[in-house]
Design a protein around this ligand. Sequence first.
Ligand SMILES: C[S@@+](CC[C@H](N)C(=O)[O-])C[C@H]1O[C@@H](n2cnc3c(N)ncnc32)[C@H](O)[C@@H]1O
Ligand code: SF4
Ligand code: SF4
Length: 219
Amino acid sequence: MAGKRWPYLAVQLTTACTRACPDCCYHVPTLPPEHFSWEYFELAAERVRAAVDGVGWLFASGGEPTLHPDFARVVREFKRMFNADQLCVATNGARLLEYLPLLHENVDKLHLTMFDGNDEIRDAVVATGYQGILYARPAEHLPMVGRPGYIYPCDTDRKYTVTLWRGRVYRCCMGPGLPSAASIPVEELTYNGVMVLQRGCDTCPYAKPARRRDYTVEG
Ligand SMILES: C[S@@+](CC[C@H](N)C(=O)[O-])C[C@H]1O[C@@H](n2cnc3c(N)ncnc32)[C@H](O)[C@@H]1O
Ligand code: SF4
Ligand code: SF4
């Protein structure tokens, strides 16, 4: 479809994880561990290629993506499959060092969440001369509760992330964990079908206090 792109697309590989963060935005600790199948990834990629001309940043995430048995294949093939410009892996650090040469070759950005104890992992990655961009963000998990008077930045920033999670598509990276968020089955993925989805921003941890005027709501 001409001229249609998604700037950010997140594909969650698994519900399995090595951690059980109480405020995990996808409620991973409450779910049975399940690695999603390669057939599901192929179907999703086919639907995405039919819906948009291309994707900017593709995120491989989870759960903990490095636990997926096909993680190496994901890293090698996802960018081409989903017609994406760049690939980012979002990880809590599990199995990261064992995959480092592969990541070095194929991943444009590593999003290492800085849980306690991950300083050593980050330092080890840096010490290998890793050429990709190492992006380490502290794990500041905010509760998924209503925040009256706050505003929600994604529309004003034009930064929505389309997310594929457990066979369904959301128009927001937090969508799966938000009680009022809407979704459609991946089989029904179309550009327009995704862009009209509701997003449940009323309980999003990324909400900003309304007094911050750098997030002025338009219209
Ligand atoms: C869902 S995790 C999946 C990847 C990997 N397991 C990890 O933790 O990095 C993706 C990102 O969401 C962040 N996250 C999870 N719950 C959150 C919350 N309640 N508020 C803000 N960020 C959250 C994590 O810190 C992580 O950086
Ligand atoms: S490590 Fe990531 S996926 Fe696992 S429970 Fe924590 S935030 Fe959720
Ligand atoms: S729920 Fe949060 S992350 Fe999702 S679109 Fe709304 S503000 Fe953005």
